[in-house]
Design a protein around this ligand. Structure first.
Ligand SMILES: [Cu+2]
Length: 175
């Protein structure tokens, strides 16, 4: 419970900090995808506050106060995932999820969804460029994909957990 409160506090702290940095959260959120999608999307901050109501079923969220630029544009299945993830509950989506992260991402563990500091070099994913992230209702159908994020193509992040998803780089991976 203490951890949950801590995470909630973190998310509450994050939006004023982003605002202090002078970043327009709507512009930041929209930059996660291309304008034909993002301009009609709902814009929401990380406290679930709607900053702009959209009309196309997509939701974009601004860069968080973490290293790297990591705005998201997601469909309903991914919103279900993110809501569950924030409270460490199992997601319950039943449709395919699509998320755009065209600005890249914050460094993250490839195996531990809740790692708070860098893990081993083989596991810690840094320098992520533009990518798509796909959810499927039955994560067992991911089994033919590699989990190695350095394989040069798509890979499974957080495999073997309820948060498994397919990462699809839209550019070169690594240096
Ligand atoms: Cu991502």
């Amino acid at each position: 419970m203490k951890k949950l409160v801590g995470i909630a506090a973190l998310f509450i702290l994050m939006s004023p900090m982003a605002a202090l940095a002078g970043e327009d959260p709507i512009k930041s959120a929209e930059s996660a995808a291309f304008s034909s999608l993002a301009s009609k999307a709902t814009i929401m901050d990380w406290n679930d506050k709607v900053l702009r109501k959209g009309s196309n079923g997509w939701t974009c969220l601004p860069d968080r106060d973490t290293p790297g630029n990591d705005p998201w544009c997601v469909n309903d299945a991914w919103m279900n995932f993110l809501t569950a993830y924030k409270s460490k509950k199992n997601p319950s989506y039943t449709q395919v999820g699509v998320a755009y992260m065209l600005q890249g991402d914050t460094p993250v563990s490839n195996s531990d969804p809740f790692a708070t500091k860098p893990t081993s070099d083989d596991d810690w994913v840094t320098g992520l460029g533009p990518h798509l992230m796909i959810l499927v209702p039955d994560v067992a159908t991911f089994s033919s994909y590699p989990t190695d994020h350095k394989n040069g193509g798509p890979w499974i992040m957080w495999g073997g957990t309820p948060y498994a998803h397919l990462m699809i780089p839209l550019g070169k991976v690594g240096k």
